[in-house]
Write a protein that binds this ligand. Structure first.
Ligand code: TRP
Length: 451
């Protein structure tokens, strides 16, 4: 019996080390959401109120959810489709299904945006930047329609599939270990460069200091802050469940989640310190505050276009950075349904990757061809579903199987104070606050559709 158990456990891959996990999880968290989502959500009028709300949500709500997700995955030692059933019984299968469908929904349009990113990168590299706003809009129009968008979508999916099919250690961990340091380095260089812009101070002020109390009660700002917090940390749809299922029992879950959340938030803030100076220096506030999904792809190249060869270099670095950040995130989105198929049907990794990649290509076609559909996918799968998932995970670990949460904290020798704090938060604080955020978000979303 023992032998069989051991054999089973040794068949499941594990990260080579804690750092391997941190880089992979941070790689999942740091993505287009930090660069594109942060800029576009914070410029929808929330200003500093948005940033404050976002940070509060991360600290108070998301950290306990993060630990709860990891505890679920590590305790069940299975993919996110099966984990809720394993711990809580058949009634919780719908949660597993949510964890299967939501990452598919996000991944389907995420690769479309990756395609735009790659296109802008190559264009900046080989042809240069647009001369003015209308040229930039034309350019964005051309990359976000027709066959080039489908090609970008397909190639990004294939690239992601190649990494995921190589497995946890040789695929995801290896790629994130290689790329994450490069990403931090480029980010730092760009943030330093941005201080030299004439509108730098104006940018920081708009981003961090323009505080209006009333914004804290604005439903749109609240929805944006919740969405951004969950999306940016890759929470609510089973990514951390899946990643933690490859984690050793020795690792301290609260410490790991704190490390990942800190890295992710720093990257989000630093990205703001790059994009806002560019936007204000070149008078592009209007373009970005229209907050179409393409804002970043129009305003950044336009702004940098006025800066000659230096601007072009910066654009190349920025879009390379964005693509690197995106690939380490999209692999996490693919890993969730892939590992679920492997667990549920006993498929080989390669077969699961093929099936899911084909589904994603087809599911992404509407978003590729129509920006409105992409926006709808983003607000449902990348918004409401994450908040719903976060709510259910907290409720599940806090009320349905609290013993398992306790067990996971004890087994890695987390201090009693931290354990008590996390259990208290998971039971009493996260569910009502996320529930509140969910209701406001649903109303705000529907209101937006009606108007
Ligand atoms: N967090 C990533 C970003 O900021 C996107 C992402 C990857 C994601 N996996 C996720 C978002 C899971 C929500 C859930 O771009």
């Amino acid at each position: 019996m023992d032998f069989i158990l051991n054999k089973k456990n040794s068949q499941r891959e594990q990260w080579t080390s804690k750092l391997g996990f941190i880089l992979a999880a941070a790689g999942s968290a740091v993505g287009l959401g930090n660069l594109w989502g942060f800029a576009y959500r914070s410029s929808q009028g929330g200003g500093a109120a948005f940033v404050i709300l976002y940070i509060l949500i991360v600290l108070i709500v998301c950290l306990p959810v993060f630990v709860a997700e990891m505890a679920l995955g590590r305790n069940a030692i299975s993919s996110s489709l099966i984990a809720p059933v394993k711990l809580g019984g058949k009634n919780w299968y719908p949660l597993g299904i949510l964890f299967f469908i939501a990452p598919l929904g996000i991944a389907s349009y995420y690769s479309v945006i990756m395609g735009w990113t790659a296109d802008t990168f190559f264009h900046s590299l080989f042809f240069g930047l647009p001369k003015d706003l209308s040229e930039a809009e034309n350019f964005f129009g051309s990359i976000s329609s027709g066959s080039s968008v489908l090609l970008g979508h397909l190639l990004s999916l294939v690239l992601t599939a190649v990494v995921v099919s190589s497995g946890i250690k040789k695929g995801i961990e290896k790629v994130t270990r290689f790329f994450m340091p490069i990403l931090f380095f480029i980010l730092l260089l760009l943030a330093i460069w941005a201080t030299s812009l004439s509108g730098a101070w104006e940018g920081y002020k708009t981003f961090l200091l323009k505080f209006e109390l009333s914004q804290l009660a604005n439903p749109q700002t609240i929805r944006n802050a919740f969405t951004q917090a969950f999306f940016s940390l890759s929470l609510g749809i089973g990514v951390m469940v899946t990643y933690a299922s490859y984690l050793s029992k020795k690792s301290n879950l609260p410490k790991l989640s704190f490390g990942v959340a800190l890295l992710d938030t720093l990257v989000g803030l630093m990205a703001g310190l790059i994009t806002f100076p560019i936007v204000l220096t070149f008078g592009l506030s209007e373009t970005i505050s229209e907050s179409t999904v393409g804002a970043l792809f129009i305003s950044i190249p336009t702004g940098l276009g006025a800066y000659g060869i230096a601007g072009r270099l910066v654009a190349v670095a920025f879009f390379a950075l964005a693509y690197i950040a995106a690939i380490t995130s999209s692999v996490s989105l693919l890993e969730v349904p892939v590992s679920s198929l492997m667990d549920k049907f006993g498929f080989k990794r390669g077969k699961s990757v093929c099936i899911i990649t084909i589904i994603l290509f087809l599911a992404g076609i509407p978003s590729a061809l129509n920006l409105n559909i992409l926006g709808i996918f983003d607000s449902i799968f990348g918004g409401v579903f994450l908040i719903l998932g976060g709510f259910l995970v907290s409720f599940f670990m806090g009320w349905v199987v609290p013993g398992k949460l306790n067990e996971e904290l004890n087994v890695s020798k987390v201090g009693t104070k931290t354990t008590r704090y996390l259990i208290f938060m998971t039971k009493w604080i996260s569910p009502p606050i996320i529930g509140f955020g969910l209701v406001i978000s649903i109303f705000d979303l529907i209101k937006g559709w009606m108007s």
